[in-house]
Design a protein around this ligand. Structure first.
Ligand SMILES: [Zn+2]
Length: 252
């Protein structure tokens, strides 16, 4: 842990502590099992936020994590103040108890004024989208407003997300015996039918596969015959079913 490689602070990260955005950098740690987020303004290790690949239990968790990162927002030049328009989402400084932090806000109204190129004197009304001022309106000057840039996921964050997803797939790919009392089992074996015209199976270990209906039929028939219908063996796969009914299981 003492040999933290050099980090480039080229990201913004929304802290889990206060939901504010901070200029940050990331590194993979502990044989890539940890992603360490370091704060440019708070470089001491005790301020780092650290995520383990084991911290995630669903793809929703992963999505939420991914949304915590973005490209650095950029200030607006005084002579470009008309770039900030109504309805735009921006990042802006929010000061509370003498502490300035950065949160996202929607520009509710703009009051342009004539001014020199050097100093914008326009006023902007912002509705805060999160943080302590959430849903409140504040009057803000251009100097406190930053433009949100488009963002391709940072390569280190992307690598970590890939490891998390691999782990989630690995945890979910084992075959399981589901007793007939389970809702899934009732649905499939009591009627001998399975509602699907197309089933998309995302195998949780390995790449997402698209299987056509015939392959799904074959798979389920084989599994049911193998187990003499005492149990339905299903994998922890996600089945996305459509409306049309198709007979898939053999009649019992
Ligand atoms: Zn202006």
């Amino acid at each position: 842990m003492s040999d933290i490689p050099k980090i480039s602070f080229n990201l913004e990260y929304r802290s889990t502590q206060d939901d504010a955005w901070y200029t940050s950098g990331v590194i993979l740690d502990h044989h890539n099992q940890l992603l360490r987020v370091k704060f440019k303004e708070f470089p001491e290790i005790q301020h780092d936020e650290v995520f383990s690949v084991s911290d995630f239990s669903s793809s929703d968790d992963v999505d939420e994590f991914r949304r915590r990162f973005r490209a650095e927002t950029v200030p607006v030049e005084d002579n470009e103040c008309t770039k900030v328009i109504e309805g735009m989402t921006v990042c802006a400084a929010y000061t509370e108890d003498g502490i300035c932090r950065y949160f996202d806000a929607i520009v509710d109204a703009v009051y342009y004024k004539e001014h020199t190129h050097e100093k914008c004197v326009c006023n902007y009304l912002l509705v805060w989208q999160h943080g302590p001022g959430e849903n409140n309106i504040s009057a803000t000057k251009l100097e406190d407003i930053y433009i949100i840039m488009t963002y391709a996921v940072d390569p280190t964050v992307a690598e970590f997300i890939k490891l998390v997803k691999d782990k989630l797939r690995g945890a979910s790919s084992q075959f399981s015996l589901i007793p007939k009392s389970s809702s899934f089992s009732k649905k499939s074996s009591s009627s001998g039918t399975f509602n699907m015209s197309q089933a998309r199976i995302s195998l949780m270990r390995g790449p997402v596969l698209m299987l056509d209906i015939l392959k799904v039929k074959t798979t389920f028939c084989s599994l049911c015959l193998l187990t003499n219908n005492d149990y339905d063996i299903i994998t922890y796969l996600e089945l996305f079913l459509t409306d049309r009914e198709e007979k898939v299981l053999p009649p019992v």
